[in-house]
Design a protein around this ligand. Structure first.
Ligand SMILES: [Zn+2]
Length: 154
């Protein structure tokens, strides 16, 4: 039952047309905090877990929690510890109206997803936020496909 509700929720979030993309609400203070953490850690990428709630106006990001980057080469990639990734996955599947996901930074390029990022998005359904050091952030929703969301800073 929980899974059924969650699956239809995901489908409605991904039901989009080129003119109308899903909206993700992000506090400017959270954005600033991620940018400061990303700059502090550069040139290594930072990563962590996103928690969000579905509202009428869009998907509101409630928290961005840093987690260790366990990639072998942290300058060109990131990897969450298995326990962080799995805690995230369980939330996605079981809690109605609550979504989770992954964020990471790009320190040497824009927030354009890399080929590896696309693989990660397919593997881990949910919200994926990419934080560039300077340019705009980008957010994607993934399930059986990947859709870019518009970020509304609040
Ligand atoms: Zn990336």
């Amino acid at each position: 039952m929980g899974f059924f509700v969650e699956k239809s929720l995901i489908e409605s979030l991904l039901a989009t047309t080129p003119s109308k993309r899903p909206v993700v609400l992000l506090r400017s203070s959270a954005m600033t905090a991620v940018r400061i953490a990303a700059k502090r850690q550069a040139p290594s990428e930072i990563c962590g877990v996103v928690r969000a709630v579905v509202q009428n106006e869009g998907i509101e990001i409630r928290s961005l929690a840093l987690a260790p980057n366990c990639a072998r080469d942290t300058v060109w990639g990131f990897r969450l510890r298995r326990k962080d990734a799995e805690a995230r996955k369980n939330t996605w599947l079981t809690e109605h109206g609550r979504l989770s996901g992954i964020f990471h930074s790009h320190t040497k390029r824009s927030a354009q997803p890399s080929r590896l990022d696309m693989v990660t998005m397919r593997r881990w359904p949910g919200i994926h936020l990419i934080a560039a050091l300077d340019g705009p952030f980008r957010v994607f929703l993934s399930h059986d496909r990947i859709v870019e969301a518009d970020i509304r800073v609040i």
